[in-house]
Ligand binder design. Structure first.
Ligand SMILES: [Zn+2]
Length: 213
């Protein structure tokens, strides 16, 4: 897996400090778990923070956000109560999410479906798995909040380049884009989103009310 798009460094620093809200912590954490470069960066920040804390006063509170996320991602399902039995419908749940409760698949728009990921509910951002049909072209849209996207399978492309498995994309209300899904297969993404999508153009305004994201 060649990863060419990484989270911005300030996002990684906030992740290392455990300052991100749950949905963002999850998406960044799954990227970091599969990315040697970002793992090194996060570990380095934790060591710096740990050293800085030791110099000030000997408090035993080194940031362990990374380890907490990783242990949730890496722990065996046996650790959680009664994991749901694997079924054909669950084939698109990546191993990193097996300790999370994931809702039923819901059609969002033609060629687009989503499955919500159950979080503790303390944050404003929602997390979900988004599946797009191969070759589909999303309508041009803008975000009213931020959107963190991690590609799990397949690919999409937009003005920012091509995004394949492991690649991380960051969008906010400054960004207008119209991703095209690669032809090689469905594109499965893990997404954390605040706010809503705003569809642009006449067609977007017509179908906007039917797009439930
Ligand atoms: Zn990375």
């Amino acid at each position: 897996m060649t990863i060419s798009h990484h989270p911005p460094e300030d996002l990684l620093a906030d992740f290392a400090a455990g300052k991100l809200e749950e949905a963002h912590q999850l998406v960044v954490g799954v990227h970091v778990a599969g990315c040697a470069r970002c793992t090194r960066f996060v570990r380095a920040i934790e060591q710096l923070a740990g050293a800085a804390l030791e110099e000030v006063e000997p408090v035993p509170t080194a940031p362990d956000a990374f380890d907490r996320v990783m242990s949730r991602i890496e722990n065996s399902p046996a650790a959680s109560a009664a994991p749901p039995p694997a079924s054909a419908a669950d084939h698109d749940i990546p191993p990193a999410l097996r300790n999370y409760r994931i809702g039923k698949r819901r059609r969002v728009a033609p060629g687009l479906s989503m499955r919500p990921i159950e979080l503790s509910g303390s944050g404003k951002a929602r997390a979900f798995l988004l599946r797009s049909a191969p070759g589909s072209r999303m309508l041009e849209h803008t975000h009213t909040g931020t959107e963190l996207t991690l590609v799990l399978e397949g690919s999409f492309s937009h003005e920012g380049g091509r995004f394949g498995p492991g690649d991380f994309d960051y969008g906010d209300d400054e960004v207008e884009h119209r991703p095209i899904v690669g032809d090689e297969g469905p594109c499965l993404c893990l997404v954390a989103m605040t706010g809503n999508l705003r569809m642009n153009g006449l067609l977007g305004r017509l179908i906007g009310p039917f797009v439930r994201l």
